[in-house]
Design a protein around this ligand. Structure first.
Ligand code: FMN
Length: 283
């Protein structure tokens, strides 16, 4: 890897040194200079912060680095996106165009990753049959487990632990009926797209990286008038169901830390929602 400075262009502002978290850029004889090049984590900050285009870095894709535009930065727009987004569980039977999905993934890579590892990967499933099969297999398991709580030792356990009164169990009879009578899918919500977000199994902060990318995706999708819903049960099922993993062709070394469904919402929300005030400690 080569990192260099074009001395003629440099105005000696030293921002590259102040900003370099990896300690690559340092002051040598009063001037900024790349010293420990192998420590670079390719975060691009030195190029992003340089006001004089004085830095050459052959480990980065230069064509992706353009001038920052602040014209569209609008806090009210951002706030509206966040408060108007809802988890969507009813979708139109319309596919999401491939170029829109690509556009969303393209933005998600600008999400932060620990140590700039950029180790988030995706499996995008648009095959409705495959999505349906996965939902049915998870629902089948949930349903069978529920049936076990209605008799014998299962019933005793949920009664003793008080789980029989858990809202997830109380709603199960209704859900089972809805599934049979109306084909409602309580797992993947009959969605046209399922996105599995994965990272190397033992990577540090892998779950954080995936969930931060998921957050970018759900908010950008909403701005594009698409709906999403995170599907925690899907992640859990993939951790223990190897035939489901095989169905999705998931690489052995990857673990799914976040998943979501996406599609065009069947209807819109007229109002925003109520949320608890967070517990905050001010020091
Ligand atoms: C980690 C996580 C997992 C979730 N898993 C599911 C899920 O399996 N199924 C589902 O319908 N919603 C799931 N949700 C969506 C939440 O139920 C939803 O965010 C919450 O009720 C608030 O509603 P809102 O997203 O419309 O604001 C999940 C959300 C998060 C953050």
């Amino acid at each position: 890897m080569r990192i260099e400075k074009i001395e003629d262009k440099c105005n000696q502002c030293l921002l590259c040194v102040r900003d370099c978290v990896a300690g690559v850029w340092r002051i040598v004889d009063g001037k900024s200079q790349p010293v420990d090049i192998e420590s670079c984590n390719r975060c691009s900050h030195c190029i992003a912060v340089c006001p004089c285009d004085a830095i050459l870095h052959d480990g980065l894709k230069k064509d992706q680095i353009v001038r920052v535009s602040r014209n569209n930065l609008n806090p009210e727009v951002f706030r509206d996106i966040i408060i108007s987004r809802r988890s969507i569980r009813q979708f139109k039977d319309t596919p999401v165009p491939r170029d829109v999905l690509e556009k969303i993934l393209d933005l998600a890579r600008y999400s932060p990753t620990a140590s700039n590892d950029q180790n988030v990967s995706y499996t995008i499933i648009t095959d409705k049959k495959l999505i349906e099969e996965a939902a049915k297999s998870i629902w089948g398991l949930v349903s069978r487990l529920y049936d076990k709580t209605k008799k014998g030792i299962g019933k005793i356990i949920v009664n003793v632990t008080g789980l029989n009164n858990h809202r997830y169990l109380r709603v199960m009879d209704y859900c089972q009926k809805q599934t049979v009578e109306n084909g409602r899918d309580f797992i993947l919500h009959n969605a046209p797209v399922l996105i599995l977000i994965h990272a190397p199994r033992r990577a540090r902060f892998a779950a954080d990286n995936c969930n931060i990318a998921a957050t970018t995706i759900i908010n950008y999708a909403h701005a594009l008038e698409l709906g999403t819903c995170l599907t925690g049960l899907m992640n859990m099922s993939l951790w223990c169901n190897s035939s489901l993993r095989r169905k999705f062709g998931l690489p052995q070394d990857k673990k799914v830390y976040a998943s979501l469904v996406m599609g065009f919402p069947a209807y819109r929300y007229t109002n925003t929602v109520s949320r608890k005030k967070p517990e905050v400690q001010w020091l």
